[in-house]
Design a protein around this ligand. Structure first.
Ligand code: KG4
Ligand code: ZN
Length: 338
């Protein structure tokens, strides 16, 4: 008898996204990327909110059209409440509230980071969902966390970055090398052609399960300054090796902490989410962990790892089953915690 349609809306950073889910199945997953930020080498918050304002109605319209349903058939509207950029969140939040109010259906608030984790519960042919408890490492341009997941909404952050996110480490290193924004995919591409042991960067030392990436960025900057002083063509001549070495260092840090987390909790089901989990090196390192450390790993489809609204819609569906709805006066929250 269960036949639930939920619209998910995501606008926390620079992607405007909407998705329709039918029970656990994604019917549409539409994303409008904001190319405008590339010229600035990073997301400009003011420009992001303006672009969301332009994109949100067309994107939602497309999501409904692709799912082949009318808005009157929706059972609830789920939206990203936070964390993220306030101006960006306000666009999605206000739109979701108005639409839910107009249609007289429930509104469901979603934590973006929980979305990255619960994306693993989207029905996908040939994809097995992680069993509870599992460890989820969320690695993106805004966050770096290891989360112990005991149930859908019983999650505990057991480690996180004390400064830069891992995606920032990729993006800022890429900026030093003169690569475009976001630099993560560019570094990944070049790393495949380079020697990961060509250059050695010291891994940051941080206690427990926490991370720190700001020192690495500085180390890379000093290294490049020193080398280009001796040889102005150093970057061009060594770009693949530099990228491979940076990526190797970052992956080493992530895997070390995962090993530690797995050992301390006794949990060896490991899932990843967030934009950086698209990285081919981290995917390979996790797969290797299956043989090396006895892990079972869960790596979602590419389109569900970077920012998207399908992950917001699946959380909406799970909360809908719990009748966990938002109040009409709910507000966006830039620093929303679990
Ligand atoms: O999850 P996401 O789309 O947005 C945030 O919530 O931040 O993640 C974007 C981040 C950027 O820092 C981007 O450089 C990084 O994910 N990224 C990658 C790769 N693809 C995206 N980093 C390394 N390798 C990749 N293949
Ligand atoms: Zn994200």
């Amino acid at each position: 008898s269960q036949n639930i349609y939920i619209l998910g809306i995501e606008s926390s950073c620079d992607d405007t996204a909407a998705s329709v889910i039918h029970n656990g199945n994604i019917l549409s997953n539409v994303i409008a990327n904001q190319k405008i930020h590339e010229a600035y080498g990073g997301v400009v918050p003011e420009l992001a909110s303006r672009a969301h304002q332009q994109n949100i109605v067309p994107v939602v319209h497309q999501a409904l059209e692709k799912a082949n349903i009318k808005k009157e058939e929706l059972h609830a509207i789920a939206f990203t409440r936070g964390p993220g950029l306030m101006g960006s969140l306000l666009v999605g939040t206000s739109f979701a509230k108005s639409l839910a109010y107009g249609l007289n259906i429930p509104l469901i608030d979603v934590n973006h980071m929980q979305g990255h984790i619960l994306a693993h519960f989207i029905n996908e042919e040939g994809y097995s969902k992680p069993p509870f408890p599992f460890l989820a490492m969320t690695i993106s341009g805004g966050h770096t966390q290891i989360v112990r997941v005991d149930n859908y909404f019983d999650m505990t952050v057991i480690g996180e970055t004390i400064d830069d996110a891992v995606g920032e480490a990729f993006d800022k290193s890429g900026k030093i090398l003169g690569l475009g924004y976001p630099a993560g995919p560019e570094i990944d591409k070049r790393a495949k052609l380079g020697n990961p042991k060509a250059f050695k960067f010291t891994k940051p030392k941080v206690d427990g399960l926490n991370f720190s990436f700001s020192g690495l960025k500085t180390a890379i900057l000093y290294f490049i300054q020193k080398e280009t002083k001796a040889n102005p063509n150093f970057i061009e001549e060594n770009i693949n090796d530099i990228c491979a070495s940076i990526q190797y260092t970052i992956i080493g840090v992530l895997i070390d902490k995962l090993k530690k987390a797995s050992k301390e909790t006794g949990i060896n089901h490991i899932a990843i989410g967030g934009g950086v989990s698209a990285n081919s090196g981290i995917r390979q390192a996790l797969k290797d962990g299956e043989k090396k450390f006895g892990w079972t790993t869960y790596i979602p489809k590419f389109e569900f790892t970077t920012d998207n609204a399908a992950m917001i819609a699946i959380v909406g569906y799970l909360k809908f089953l719990d009748k966990d709805f938002a109040q009409k006066n709910i507000a966006a929250s830039a620093r929303l915690k679990f």
